[in-house]
Design a protein around this ligand. Structure first.
Ligand code: PMP
Length: 311
């Protein structure tokens, strides 16, 4: 859905709340030319106790950590970014939303060196439904293996959520959609399974759960961490440092994606090959229910993972 159709009017930018249409940057901004920004994607859920931001602390941790390899100084404290975000959600009367904090090298000069460029920071919130389509959560999605490989973590820190990295995600995702699929799975330089363009990948075989380890050039997804915890609490064996070959995808009992936007989305086919019975599998369904029961606060567990906006 286009921003033009949304009922949102305020963005926090460089310490101030500004009108949505005034949240602008100069066309010679360093981050625009070289992708020198870091960002987060966070969901805030509608609960009985009002809007609750899911794993906000961990997203903030990752935002500051992503900035580190780039020497990008985020001059705002956790408290300031938190106050800005909760105020944005309250002011716009949002019950559930997606939260997008971003920090990037701003306007000063355009050498590749960002020396002299200030760090700009902004936060926006907007309503965002199911990422891969309404049916996707129940029916699963059709994916293809991308012909594009993921950058190796020796080439670029893949554990940092850097704006520039997402041209790779865009290529992979658009290739898939052009070919009639909903999403891609991207292999790493070695040819093992890395992740989706904006999701981590999980595989189920003989009742055990596997997901690629950080050395496979993936982002350490916060939903990935959440699902690993929920699965272990339910007694599943989870191999969180797996190396998964392409072939193992086709013969898996179940596959699913995780991500703040994608939540827990079953994968029903890979390259037109049915995974399991070609529908959402029982382990996926179990973990998906556990996830939605948690984030919509139908259960009390892990209250420490929620930042209630109205507190
Ligand atoms: N991998 C990539 C490349 C992503 O962009 C995302 C979305 N942030 C994920 C994995 C999932 O991470 P998270 O669960 O923290 O949203």
């Amino acid at each position: 859905m286009s921003f033009a159709e949304m009922d949102v009017d305020t963005i926090w930018m460089d310490g101030e709340f500004v009108d949505w249409d005034d949240a602008k940057i100069h066309v010679l901004t360093h981050g625009l030319h070289y992708g020198s920004g870091v960002f987060e994607g966070v969901r805030c859920y509608d609960t009985e106790d009002g809007p609750a931001i899911f794993r906000w602390d961990e997203h903030l941790d990752r935002l500051y950590a992503s900035a580190k390899p780039y020497d990008l100084d985020i001059d705002y404290s956790r408290e300031e970014l938190t106050a800005a975000t909760t105020e944005l959600i309250r002011r716009q009367g949002l019950e559930s939303c997606y939260v997008r904090p971003i920090a990037f090298y701003g306007y000063d000069s355009l050498g590749v060196s960002p020396a002299g460029c200030p760090t700009q920071v902004a936060i926006a919130c907007w309503p965002w439904g199911t990422y891969l389509g309404e049916e996707a959560l129940a029916e699963g999605v059709d994916v293809m293996i991308s012909s594009w490989r993921k950058h190796a973590s020796s080439q670029i820190p893949t554990n940092a959520k850097t704006t520039g990295l997402y041209v790779n995600s865009m290529l992979a995702g658009e290739e898939a959609r052009r070919n009639g699929y909903v999403e891609a799975i991207v292999l790493n330089k070695e040819g093992n399974v890395a992740e989706g363009p904006g999701e981590n990948v999980f595989l189920v075989r003989d009742g055990e759960i596997y997901t690629p380890g950080l050395a496979e050039s993936i982002l350490d997804g916060i939903t990935r961490q959440t699902v690993i915890t929920l699965a272990r609490e339910r007694g599943y064996t989870v191999h969180h440092n797996a190396s998964i070959s392409r072939g193992e995808l086709y013969t898996a009992d179940e596959l699913f994606f995780t991500g703040s936007a994608a939540e827990v989305t079953p994968i029903r086919t890979v390259d037109d090959t049915k995974i399991g019975r070609g529908t959402r599998g029982p382990v996926t369904e179990d973990l998906q229910s556990a996830f939605f029961d948690l984030v919509e606060r139908r259960v009390d567990d892990h209250d420490e993972w929620f930042h209630y906006v109205n507190e």
